[in-house]
Design a protein around this ligand. Structure first.
Ligand code: ATP
Length: 515
């Protein structure tokens, strides 16, 4: 755990030092759960978005994109269920004045029991050595069985209470389990109550409730209300999808894990409209397709897993998360939800406008069912960065061992694709040639020209921001028009004619390799 926290601290410090992510309004001591993306951060985030957009929209003939407004008619959120049901159970500690999510306190308690089981297994493994049979031990060890039974009891009570919206029962669980404020140890709790996560604001020209607007808590509704506009204007036939990337806002009760949980964040969502009854087929399809998308970036298989929802949202008949092993444990990165016809039917009912599709093959009208894939862009950024940030021992220029910090990002999403470096800063013939090389490459890729400091330090700087290629211009370049290309991961250096650099970099960073 301590090691995990160390890695998380390193990720946060790296983000700040190298211009990936800054705390919002830092000079005023920051605004909690709001972050700004710096010069390399914005490039990386844009590349992640481009990878998603290409694979979801441009690579599918039957998926199209939109960019809907953040503000929507307030009835949207009534129909979607967000006004009545987009709540988290809130509990305050009367002594520390800190606020918590009651569900997270209970889940935290269960996680501790799970950790105890793991510890028992590790101890037993040591004790029994090669003859250890983990499966048998899990079925027979009295301690493990006791913990498992406790977990099952708690989860049964908890799932029911969440399903029933029974706040008194959630409080009772916290009291029965003797759960204390994680920061202060106090058990002096208020009752649990529902807290709506939507931010509201006011239209300028209408006073009171009538003019109340919400900042969208998900991008999906902009897609649903445009369903017929898009279908008719693009003449799509079911099954087809509508995708969107955009900001969403949630007044999270607890938001403490850097860009994992923010109050303003960005989502990449796709709603896939299908025939009623065919939703489970497409749910399976998108589960696999989305996992493949993550793996293509080089994310190790053991850091990704599916987690089926115990508590289904008000709109879903099946839901699964793709979880990633962040430095603070496995957490949701993306959700895949079978949303039934809940949203379109509710909008149809409240607006009084038909939101139906005429299926010529079946010769009938129906409200389509929907399978959604929804991923947080910021969470994806954090996943990618925490997986890529590594420290390695490598030989330095003189062959001695030294440590380097390197971001092993997939080249296709690296913020800078290629750095152009004159060997020496004060030799005009080198800098002039290097500038000329830079000028030919800048049209094709995000490149960087850097002449400050010794060449070894410049390589290290590029490693730290994940640049896959460094092109060095030296005195031989002036003689034979060749340069050295250094590859970030293998550290291999090859000598090539200047005229070949663009093709080599292009091949290495092409997004095609991801599909
Ligand atoms: P969580 O359980 O972590 O609160 P959720 O189940 O409410 O997430 P969804 O409503 O399914 O999340 O949203 C889809 C995706 O949007 C999530 O998988 C996540 O990547 C992202 N997301 C949701 N809330 C936040 C947030 N506060 N900050 C950053 N990303 C978020």
């Amino acid at each position: 755990m301590a090691q995990q926290n160390d890695q998380f601290k390193k990720v946060i410090a790296h983000c700040k030092e190298y211009g990936f992510v800054f705390q919002s309004s830092e000079i005023y001591d920051g605004l909690s759960a709001a972050y700004d993306y710096g010069p390399y951060g914005v490039e990386l985030k844009n590349n992640i978005k481009q990878y998603w957009w290409k694979s979801m929209v441009q690579m599918h003939e039957n998926i199209v994109g939109i960019d809907a407004a953040i503000f929507m008619h307030p009835k949207t959120w009534k129909a979607s269920g967000h006004v009545d049901a987009f709540n988290d159970p809130l509990i305050d500690n009367k002594d520390s004045k800190k606020r918590y999510r009651a569900d997270q306190l209970i889940e935290g308690y269960v996680e501790k029991l799970e950790a105890k089981i793991k510890k028992e297994v590790t101890k037993a493994k040591k004790r029994f050595g090669d003859s250890f049979d983990e499966e048998k031990y899990m079925l027979e060890s009295p301690r493990v069985l006791k913990y498992k039974e406790q977990i099952e009891d708690i989860m049964a009570r908890f799932t029911k209470a969440m399903g029933d919206g029974d706040m008194a029962e959630l409080k009772a669980i916290i009291v029965d389990l003797d759960i204390a404020d994680p920061d202060t140890g106090s058990r002096n709790w208020t009752d649990v109550r529902q807290f709506n996560l939507m931010f509201s604001t006011q239209l300028g020209n209408i006073a009171g409730e009538e003019g109340k607007l919400y900042l969208r808590p998900e991008t999906a509704q902009g897609i649903f209300v445009n369903f017929l506009n898009v279908q008719k204007s693009t003449r799509q036939k079911i099954p087809f999808g509508i995708a969107q990337i955009g900001k969403a806002f949630r007044n999270e009760i607890v938001a403490r894990q850097f860009i994992f949980r923010m109050r303003e964040f960005e989502q990449m969502e796709m709603q896939f409209f299908v025939r009623p009854g065919e939703e489970m087929k497409w749910y399976k399809y998108w589960k696999e397709a989305r996992l493949k998308w993550h793996k293509a970036l080089g994310t190790p298989e053991e850091k990704l897993r599916f987690h089926d929802h115990d508590n289904l949202a008000h709109y879903a008949n099946a839901a699964v998360d793709i979880e990633f092993e962040f430095p603070f444990g496995f957490k949701e990165l993306e959700g895949i939800h079978s949303r039934t016809d809940f949203d379109l039917s509710s909008h149809q009912e409240l607006s009084g406008k038909k939101l139906q599709y005429f299926d010529a093959e079946l010769n009938k009208n129906y409200v389509p069912y929907v399978v959604e894939t929804s991923i947080g862009c910021d969470r994806m950024f954090l996943a990618v960065l925490s997986n890529a940030l590594q420290e390695e021992t490598v030989p330095d220029a003189k062959g001695k061992e030294s440590t380097r910090t390197v971001l092993k990002l997939h080249p296709a999403i690296a913020p800078v694709k290629c750095a152009v470096l004159p060997l020496l800063k004060n030799k005009e013939e080198l800098t002039t040639k290097a500038r000329a090389v830079f000028d030919t490459l800048k049209y094709s890729f995000n490149c960087q020209y850097d002449e400050k400091d010794a060449i070894g330090r410049r390589y290290r700087r590029q490693d730290a921001i994940g640049t896959p290629y460094c092109v060095t211009i030296d005195f031989d370049t002036l003689e034979d028009d060749t340069v050295t290309i250094r590859e970030r991961d293998s550290l291999k250096q090859i000598r090539v004619p200047v005229s070949e650099v663009e093709a080599i970099v292009r091949e290495g960073v092409d997004m095609k390799s991801l599909f």
